[in-house]
Design a protein around this ligand. Structure first.
Ligand code: CAA
Length: 259
């Protein structure tokens, strides 16, 4: 697979997607978004991969959509470019496999939006977050107006978007934008440990849990309970459920097959 702006590697059951345009702080132009999409499609289709980790090369995670690329766009081209980023990030959000953003540095604008499209975020102590778009005379365009308030609440999201303030990793932890902050040189080891823990569980159950949470957040509690009951029931048709419960009762470690 030809990917000019993204690296895709495997480490056991983990796929690591690294946005790799360090000279532009990994800013997202159309080609980079399309590379991310191709890499995510490859992860979706690879039966050996259980968890996707997204990170950035160099000192940035992603410093946003590419400002030089956007500067000359017309209204219709801007709309199209926004919809391209939305499509790629929604694909990450809906990927059946869990995804973790390993935020190594600047996660601004489209970079913060990429991190928010992952299931959760783990930051290095060097990470910085923000939605600086209004300072450029635009709104967030890759889901920031929708995902940020869902993650940190309406008031905090509005303050961050209206002021364009950049916050550090500890503030991101305080407001619930990231789950953990770790030393920069320990970031990937820590993220891999979390990813491997997820990969060691029953994968059908992990995927059904992700789908139930995602779908449930978009609906009322009664419909959400129905979604959960369907997912829960379906687990009893899997080999993993028989194995997981047998292992518990026999006081041994389960050997899941993802079936
Ligand atoms: N687009 C294009 N190029 C970018 C970029 C971006 N978003 N961010 C950084 N770069 C480029 C710089 O132009 C610079 O290139 P040159 O070496 O060719 O001059 C190179 O990356 C290094 O950047 P700096 O010299 O600025 O590095 P710094 O350490 O001094 O500052 C920074 C780092 C604070 C992140 C600063 O680069 C910055 O503010 N970047 C822009 C952040 C931003 O506004 N992001 C939002 C973009 S809009 C968006 O994302 C819309 C959306 O929702 C879809």
């Amino acid at each position: 697979m030809e990917l000019a702006n993204v690296l895709l590697e495997k480490d056991g059951k983990i796929a690591i997607l690294t946005v790799n345009r360090p000279k532009a702080l990994n800013a997202l132009n159309a080609d980079t978004l399309l590379d991310i999409e191709k890499a995510v499609d490859a992860v979706a289709a690879d039966p050996e991969v259980s968890v996707l980790v997204i990170t950035g090369a160099g000192k940035a995670f992603v410093a946003g959509a590419d400002i030089a690329f956007m500067q000359p766009l017309s209204a219709m081209e801007g709309r199209e470019f926004g919809m391209l980023g939305q499509r790629v990030f929604r694909k990450i959000e809906l990927l059946e496999k869990p995804s973790i953003a390993a935020v190594n540095g600047f996660a601004l604008g489209g970079g913060c939006e990429l991190a928010m499209a992952c299931d959760f975020r783990i930051a290095s102590d060097a990470a910085k977050f923000g939605q600086p778009e209004v300072g450029l005379g635009i709104t967030p365009g890759y889901g920031g107006t929708q995902r940020l308030p869902r993650l940190v609440g309406e008031g905090m999201a509005k303050e961050l978007c209206f002021t364009a303030d950049i916050i550090d990793a500890n503030e991101a932890l305080r407001i619930g934008l990231v789950n953990h902050v770790v030393a920069a040189d320990e970031l990937m080891d820590f993220v891999k440990k979390v990813a491997n823990k997820i990969a060691s569980k029953g994968q059908v159950a992990v995927r059904l849990t992700k789908a139930a949470i995602n779908e449930g957040l978009q609906t009322d509690i009664d419909r959400g309970m129905t979604i959960e009951a369907e997912a829960f029931g379906l687990c009893f048709a899997t080999a993993d459920q028989k194995e997981g419960m047998a292992a518990f009762l026999e006081k041994r470690k389960p050997e899941f097959t993802g079936k």
